[in-house]
Ligand binder design. Structure first.
Ligand code: NAD
Ligand code: TDX
Length: 331
């Protein structure tokens, strides 16, 4: 089987490539990635000759048409993915997340290929801290940030192409991922690499905001469950019952890295900051028999800390510039 993986040099996409190489001997992979600031060839350094990297953009219709035609199946990870960047400069989010997804859908329609769209729980907006509800497949869309609005728009394009043009597509909406190869602008790797480089962790506002953490390998095993057994036109929530508030996550990182529990700073909050995300993954568990493997957040986090400690060459060249950009925002 020949997979086209968009965004395969980013965090989740590169882990998906490694996961697939390890679990699916029948697959070869073409990665289409623009190598933006968020993509790194180094994340695929160990991938070997079953993977080919094509450097290019998903809005490039001629390139996308050729690559989709040559593949059996498209798994679409490429996106502008960071909320804070979408607040500072939304245009790349509209271009990549909306026009890019549209371009892929048109090629998939023309060549009759199966398509899996990787999306986020943020398309549903946020929940109150004490709300007993969690997001499920029927929750109405209500995005808050330019990032989540463009991801919501991309989901709606896929749904329209399924209904109107009858393309064979599936969508997954997953909660916050953690694990190796995550860009150090994101919450967990930012705090780990802050401590590793002698800086204090930075907490937005009071830190009561809740995220529902899942290890990236569990996200990718769920994507494979959908590729193997998902209903064409089906939508699936992915989550691992990992709700934690941000303050508790920082305190756990500090404990695992032998620092005092109050060795962190409060910084400016994110405008429009979503309060809580929580996923009900009952459908994918029931219908596809999927279960997460990393059920202890503390163990998954300890392994992630070890990865950043052992792979400083991967992140250290980026650190000064990332922190300089945050400092300008008082974050
Ligand atoms: P990332 O920012 O780490 O990686 C994105 C990759 O896409 C990079 O390699 C980048 O170079 C590439 N890219 C960006 N624009 C491109 C373009 N126009 N053409 C081709 N390539 C382009 O993102 P991530 O965290 O790995 O997220 C991957 C997907 O998963 C995204 O669609 C995101 O919305 C979704 N998602 C992420 C999370 C999370 O916690 N990180 C959770 C749920 C869903
Ligand atoms: O330094 C920080 N301090 C802090 O308190 C940073 C970078 C973040 N935060 C907070 C903001 C959020 O409440 O931590 C939480 C997580 O922040 P991010 O890592 O920026 O993730 P989030 O905004 O929740 O979005 C992530 O999960 C859903 C991914 O970046 C998205 O791509 C995905 O769709």
């Amino acid at each position: 089987m020949h997979l086209l993986v968009t965004g395969g040099c980013g965090f989740i996409g590169s882990n998906f490539v490694h996961y697939t190489l390890g679990h699916r001997p029948e697959c070869r992979i073409t990665v289409l990635d623009a190598l933006t600031y968020a993509g790194s060839k180094d994340s695929l350094a160990a991938a070997g000759d079953r993977v080919e990297l094509v450097v290019g953009r998903i809005e490039d219709a001629a390139l996308v048409d050729r690559l989709v035609q040559a593949s059996d199946l498209v798994v679409h990870f490429a996106a502008e993915s960071h909320n804070d960047n979408s607040i500072a400069n939304p245009l790349p989010f509209v271009t990549t997340n909306l026009v890019g997804t549209f371009t892929l859908l048109e090629a998939v329609r023309k060549h009759g290929r199966r398509f899996h769209h990787v999306s986020t729980d943020e398309v549903f907006g946020d929940l109150e801290l004490d709300d007993p509800e969690r997001f499920r497949e029927t929750t109405p869309y209500n995005p808050s940030s330019p990032y989540s609005a463009t991801k919501a728009g991309s989901d709606l394009l896929v749904k329209a192409w399924v209904r109107t043009f009858r393309i064979q597509a599936t969508i997954s909406n997953c909660s916050n991922n953690y694990g190796p190869y995550q860009h150090i602008e994101k919450f967990i790797p930012r705090q780990i690499t802050n401590i590793l480089s002698g800086r204090k962790p930075k907490l937005y506002g009071a830190g009561a905001n809740v995220r529902d953490w899942i290890h990236v390998d569990d996200h990718n095993s769920a994507v494979w469950a959908i590729l193997d057994h998902g209903q064409p036109g089906g939508y699936y929530m992915i989550g691992a019952d990992g709700e934690q508030n941000n303050k508790a996550v920082i305190e756990l990182i500090l404990a695992l890295m032998d620092k005092p529990s109050d060795w962190y700073e409060h910084v400016n909050d994110r405008p429009g900051h979503d309060l809580r995300y929580a996923i009900d993954a009952g459908k994918i568990r029931r219908e596809l028999g999927w279960t997460p493997r990393y059920t202890t957040f503390r163990d998954g986090l300890a392994a992630t800390i070890a990865w950043y400690r052992d792979n400083a060459h991967w992140w250290r060249p980026l650190k000064e510039a990332v922190e300089a950009r945050y400092a300008k925002q008082g974050q």
